[in-house]
Write a protein that binds this ligand. Structure first.
Ligand SMILES: *[C@@H]1O[C@H](CO)[C@@H](O)[C@H](O)[C@H]1NC(C)=O
Ligand SMILES: *[C@@H]1O[C@H](CO)[C@@H](O)[C@H](O)[C@H]1NC(C)=O
Ligand SMILES: *[C@@H]1O[C@H](CO)[C@@H](O)[C@H](O)[C@H]1NC(C)=O
Ligand SMILES: *[C@@H]1O[C@H](CO)[C@@H](O)[C@H](O)[C@H]1NC(C)=O
Ligand SMILES: *[C@@H]1O[C@H](CO)[C@@H](O)[C@H](O)[C@H]1NC(C)=O
Ligand SMILES: *[C@@H]1O[C@H](CO)[C@@H](O)[C@H](O)[C@H]1NC(C)=O
Ligand SMILES: *[C@@H]1O[C@H](CO)[C@@H](O)[C@H](O)[C@H]1NC(C)=O
Ligand SMILES: *[C@@H]1O[C@H](CO)[C@@H](O)[C@H](O)[C@H]1NC(C)=O
Length: 379
């Protein structure tokens, strides 16, 4: 597999708006996305170093997914459901009746919606109490024969109840039962003058993993919400639907936003420069159909189109390669040749001597706040 190298451009005010799958929608809400490091008082240098380290782990996990994808043997096939954990953004939601508030990692790189449930046999630390199915009036176990059970990558059956195991690429995992519940979204978004935006949206019959055996890091949250393209993701379950998110720099106090359904409307979205947004279709990699692949053709700096063979961005026949957009990777990784082309051009046009910034773990530092990284990982 080609090596990927990270590219971090922080001087550019980044507002990325990601519209997904446009269709009629019956559910609409908007939420604040909280950066995982927002609660703690890290310095700018610590924030960068932590983001670089998380992205490095995330890319390694995503590459483990890609490497595991084209397999035929069933044990290895179970590993195909490796996803990448380590999120960057958290959302607030509530589960059950009466609703129990919790915070979860928002993840476009996986599908399953899950939280840790009592009785917990093995659980990661979380800031809220475990969800107690017996105390919710709307909790329903899913039978093994149900359509939703069949959509799990690795379904199993125990006493006629659908049980799941879900692995992430860094050996985080969750296992438990698949159940339906009523989820509540958007209660925390009460800040708009339009009254419809202020009310919480209750969505019945969302299928989720009630995890009794869980391992890994939840970044001070209590579960994950998969926004991938697979059938069990929140996006697919609420569909036909769509979502968009606008990410502010995590060095900025302006919160990031997530819009769902009717509120994910590109008509009311402008770029920071005031020009209308442009769009490009997602492409499907058959080896990893739940990921959001983009068809990248080239990179320009200013008006200079860099000399990069477009094939370095292509999805290969074996499912490797390609370019994904991912909520959990805060720095952009490029294939080695593409990275060198961008780095060399930047170094040549910025009239400052490049410095090797080993403190953060990136190889080229041009200005305060503008970093270029190389070779954080080899594969
Ligand atoms: C749950 O979250 C909502 C929205 O943030 C808040 O209004 C409500 O008071 C919370 N409920 C509890 C029990 O903390
Ligand atoms: C607010 O919601 C009501 C009921 O769902 C709907 O009739 C109305 O058109 C909505 N208003 C706006 C501004 O979206
Ligand atoms: C949830 O699904 C069950 C089974 O299909 C159905 O009986 C029930 O009415 C649904 N609940 C809601 C609130 O739609
Ligand atoms: C769970 O929710 C799905 C989707 O709404 C529905 O088709 C199914 O019948 C529900 N099952 C149960 C047991 O509520
Ligand atoms: C964890 O989250 C809780 C609120 O959910 C917050 O009060 C606490 O400060 C957070 N802890 C850390 C270490 O971020
Ligand atoms: C966006 O605006 C165009 C033209 O005004 C309209 O045809 C289209 O239906 C709008 N789309 C949405 C999702 O509102
Ligand atoms: C978006 O930009 C266009 C052109 O500058 C402007 O007419 C429009 O009002 C802007 N819309 C929003 C929602 O800011
Ligand atoms: C930057 O420093 C690291 C650690 O000393 C070294 O491995 C790397 O090759 C250096 N990169 C450049 C471009 O000099």
């Amino acid at each position: 597999m080609a090596s990927l190298v990270p590219l971090l451009l922080l001087l550019v005010p980044i507002i990325s708006c990601l519209p997904v799958a446009s269709c009629k929608s019956h559910v609409g809400f908007k939420l604040t996305l909280t950066h995982v490091d927002a609660g703690a008082s890290y310095t700018k240098l610590q924030l960068l170093t932590r983001a670089v380290a998380r992205s490095k782990a995330r890319v390694a996990a995503l590459q483990a997914v890609a490497a595991a994808a084209p397999v035929t043997d069933p044990i290895a096939a179970a590993r195909v459901l490796v996803r990448a954990s380590h999120g960057e953004y958290l959302i607030d939601l509530a589960i059950g009746t009466p609703p129990l508030n919790y915070t979860a990692i928002m993840d476009t790189g996986s599908d399953l919606v899950w939280t840790q449930c009592a009785p917990c046999l093995l659980c990661a630390d979380q800031p809220t109490p475990y969800f107690q199915p017996a105390q919710s009036a709307t909790y329903r176990l899913l039978p093994c024969r149900s359509a939703r059970c069949g959509q799990l990558p690795y379904p199993a059956c125990f006493q006629k109840v659908c049980v799941y195991q879900y692995y992430y690429g860094d050996y985080a995992s969750t296992a438990g039962v698949l159940a339906n519940e009523t989820f509540t979204f958007g209660a925390a978004a009460a800040e708009s003058s339009s009254s419809n935006l202020t009310s919480a949206v209750r969505v019945p019959n969302v299928s989720f993993g009630c995890g009794n055996i869980n391992a890994g890091e939840l970044a001070n949250s209590s579960g994950m919400v998969g926004f991938g393209r697979g059938p069990l993701s929140l996006v697919s379950q609420l569909g036909p639907s769509r979502f968009s998110y606008c990410l502010t720099s995590y060095l900025s106090p302006t919160p990031s936003r997530l819009y769902f359904g009717a509120f994910a409307n590109l008509n009311s979205t402008n770029t920071s420069s005031g020009s209308p947004v442009q769009s490009t279709p997602f492409v499907v990699n058959p080896a990893l159909p739940n990921m959001y692949y983009l068809s990248l053709k080239g990179i320009s700096l200013g008006t200079t189109r860099l000399q990069i063979d477009p094939l370095v961005f292509a999805i290969n026949d074996d499912g490797t390669g390609g370019v994904i957009i991912d909520s959990g990777t805060s720095i952009t990784y490029l294939q080695q040749d593409a990275y060198e082309a961008v780095r060399n051009e930047l170094v040549s046009i910025v009239p400052l001597p490049p410095k090797n910034d080993t403190e953060i773990g990136l190889d080229t530092c041009l200005l305060d706040g503008l970093y270029l990284g190389v070779r954080l990982m080899a594969c």
